[in-house]
Design a binder for this molecule. Structure first.
Ligand code: ZN
Length: 344
């Protein structure tokens, strides 16, 4: 398997200081891939800066100009959670360009699959608003570019970040060419992602929200993957799968209350890989979203890449959650979701 990864030191120039979403995240991932020898088995793909025309497929032109202006003035806070520095605009352009480049490399067959190790993350960014540490919506823009540039008709975006990807959902809420499926802690930030949000107009049914209770772990996630995500993906027949890969779902992450382990992420990726192989010639592009416990993040990204490479042994240095008590039941959620989305 030829697996590519997108990385560039430009992503470290998005300087957020002591903010939880900081440069240490990518440094930890890259250093772990180096130490474990995995990096040399991957193909490095360099990003490019996205063009304004690409950003404006998702974002309002005034908003794009606003982000550029804040950077030129030295940076600042965009909302209560989201901060940028003078180089963040350039880094954010390259984050978008990293994901679009990864899609191009997979579609053209330069690599079988790819992981864009980018920051700032993107799935909360809406048409005209930065939020939740996100400036531009990397995955949404890459999906819109892919629909146009490669004449694709069906793209699946799968988002397993612990937070709901409100920006991505909004970008495709009335677009039947993109199936957006999100698993997330609910109720939780940013407030969206209820089971009733299913898409509108001709896109009714192409948004699938799987709101999980706090405390859900590997078995609950794997259950909804097999029972909801697999049949929904098979029915949609995507030509490309984009994954908003957020590792704040890990039990050791302090931003949320889920109980997924590194092994759990690996099993989810195994299912995603099986879907990719069966449905779209293995065309998978992962893009980094959240994940704030550095050890858990680095080990989980490595496990993801291991699964993409076809390695069967997964290293899980953190093991299972020591906090796990009674697992919340997903049975009634799955039953309700099957009814809403007509899944057998
Ligand atoms: Zn998140």
């Amino acid at each position: 398997m030829k697996v590519g990864y997108i990385y560039d030191p430009i992503y470290l120039k998005h300087d957020t200081g002591q903010h939880v979403e900081n440069t240490k995240r990518l440094k930890a991932i890259v250093s772990h891939l180096e130490k474990t020898g995995l990096k040399q088995r991957l193909i490095l793909i360099k990003p490019r800066a996205a063009a304004i025309g690409e950003l404006s497929l998702v974002h309002d032109e005034h908003y794009i100009a606003h982000i550029r202006d804040v950077a030129q003035k030295g940076g600042g806070w965009l909302d209560a959670d989201t901060v940028m520095s003078s180089d963040s605009y350039e880094a954010a352009l390259c984050a978008v360009g990293g994901v679009t480049r990864a899609v191009g490399a997979v579609i053209k067959g330069e690599v079988d699959s790819a992981f864009a190790l980018v920051r700032p993350p993107g799935h909360h960014a809406t048409c005209e608003r930065a939020m939740g540490f996100c400036l531009f919506n990397n995955v949404a823009i890459a999906a819109k570019c892919a629909l146009t540039n490669y004449q694709l008709e069906r793209i699946l975006i799968l988002d397993f970040d612990v937070h709901h990807g409100n920006g991505t959902q909004a970008a495709f809420y009335d677009n039947p060419h993109v199936l957006y499926i999100s698993t997330h802690q609910y109720p939780f930030y940013p407030g969206t992602g209820s089971i009733e949000e299913t898409g509108s107009g001709t896109a009714a049914g192409t948004t699938i929200n799987i709101p999980l209770p706090a405390g859900s772990g590997d078995s609950e996630y794997l259950e909804v993957f097999e029972q909801i995500i697999v049949p929904a993906a098979i029915r949609f027949k995507p030509q490309l799968v984009l994954v908003s890969a957020g590792y704040d779902t890990h039990w050791a992450d302090e931003l949320a209350l889920m109980q997924v382990s590194v092994t759990g992420f690996a099993q989810m990726v195994k299912i995603i890989r099986r879907l990719g192989d069966e449905l779209c010639n293995g065309r998978l592009v992962f893009s980094l979203e959240g994940g704030y416990n550095l050890r858990a993040l680095a080990a989980s990204v490595k496990a993801t890449l291991d699964m993409l490479l076809g390695n069967t042994t997964i290293e899980d240095p953190l093991g299972q959650s020591p906090y796990r008590r009674e697992a919340p039941s997903t049975a009634s959620l799955i039953k309700k979701m099957k009814e809403i989305h007509n899944l057998a």
